[in-house]
Design a protein. Structure first.
Length: 89
């Protein structure tokens, strides 16, 4: 029977393999993919701010916060990939 630490080590190894695979996939995508992804992230970010400014209830505030956080995450991810590509040149 596996101990709790062995299970955590296995989960951590799986997460590391998955992250490496995702990074390899992202690096294989063209530059315009990342530019478009960043633009989409900005649209999501602006939509979250807009919804937050005119929200009436807790549900709308929650959705605005999710859109805001998601938009920020997408913009940061695409900006990091574009920065890596520019640094490699």
């Amino acid at each position: 029977m596996l101990s709790f630490q062995d299970k955590l080590n296995g989960l951590e190894a799986w997460a590391d393999r998955q992250n490496a695979k995702d990074l390899e996939t992202a690096q294989a995508r063209p530059t315009m993919w990342h530019v478009g992804k960043g633009a989409l992230g900005l649209v999501i970010l602006v939509k979250g701010v807009s919804l937050g400014m005119r929200a009436d209830g807790f549900g709308e505030y929650g959705l605005a916060a999710l859109l805001l956080a998601g938009g920020i995450a997408v913009v940061i991810e695409s900006a990091q990939m574009l920065r890596q590509r520019l640094a490699a040149r």
